[in-house]
Unconditional design. Structure first.
Lengths: 234, 46
């Protein structure tokens, strides 16, 4: 089996996982709408929680994995690691877009405003824009070594920001609520809500895997094609 | 009294699904494009 065939197979597995995850997302929507109780104080808008929190989880996981792969790339200088880091970064931006759109839609009916420049929201937006910059940078740099090194530095900056973003709700006065799952004590949610959230977290994690596999395969196939074109031209 | 704000919930779910499905579609389209013969565009999928 040629490397191209392996990349194509990875892409097919990624597509299959994505289809399964999108069907699972439909199931999560159904459970959230019809089989999860409405929270008394916030009303139906509280159910945005079941997409907003998993999207935030997936975005921060993607960016953390990009950061770890960036460290590994600077150490080992393997271009496949750089491609994997870039794949995770792009997927992180997609999940970040979900997080940053569903958050304000939830904020408006509950806080009375779409947006506030508090520490949690501002630092999250900064991280998102940093990774948009990461993708733009990769698009304009033609030298693979330079592209890998520069983007790895941004990837590591993102990794450093992730724990800071998690702690902003404890360090600063913010409208954003403190975590109800990722905290030292037990999750403070009724069981039915917790099950819906866990299902959604699982579906988003599978979606992350499906997206990253496809995006990594895409990077590999693109490199193979560039090498072929260079050989033909030479 | 529980507030009536289901419209916000529906909007958030629609927006989330639209972004995720659009991204999934873009990946499939780019994978098809990269297998097609011919030179790649500048800055594509690096």
């Amino acid at each position: 089996m040629t490397p191209q065939d392996r990349a194509a197979r990875l892409a097919r597995i990624g597509i299959a996982l994505t289809v399964v995850a999108l069907l699972g997302l439909g199931g999560v929507y159904l459970r959230a709408f019809a089989f999860t109780p409405v929270e008394v104080n916030q009303g139906a808008a509280q159910k945005i929680f079941y997409v907003h929190v998993p999207a935030a989880w997936s975005a921060l996981m993607s960016i953390s994995i990009t950061g770890l792969l960036s460290i590994l790339y600077l150490w080992l200088k393997d271009r496949r690691i750089d491609l994997a880091a870039a794949a995770s970064a792009e997927v992180g931006v997609a999940f970040g877009a979900v997080m940053l759109t569903t958050g304000p839609i939830w904020g408006k009916p509950i806080w009375g405003t779409w947006w506030t420049w508090d520490a949690r929201l501002t630092s999250t937006l900064f991280l998102f824009l940093l990774f948009v910059g990461y993708l733009v940078l990769r698009g304009v740099l033609t030298d693979p070594g330079l592209r890998g090194r520069f983007s790895a530095v941004i990837g590591i900056m993102g990794l450093v920001l992730v724990p800071f973003i998690h702690l902003t709700v404890y360090l600063f006065r913010t409208l954003h609520p403190a975590p109800i799952i990722l905290k030292p004590s037990a999750p403070s949610l009724p069981r039915e809500m917790l099950v819906t959230l866990m299902l959604s977290l699982g579906v988003f994690t599978v979606l992350y895997l499906g997206f990253v596999m496809q995006r990594y395969a895409l990077g590999l196939l693109h490199e193979f094609r560039e090498e072929e074109l260079a050989r033909d031209a030479g | 009294m529980t507030p009536d704000n289901a419209g916000f919930m529906v909007a958030a779910y629609v927006v989330a699904a639209a972004i995720l499905v659009a991204y999934a579609g873009s990946l499939v389209a780019r994978l098809r494009g990269v297998r097609r013969p011919g030179p790649a565009g500048p800055g594509e999928d690096r």
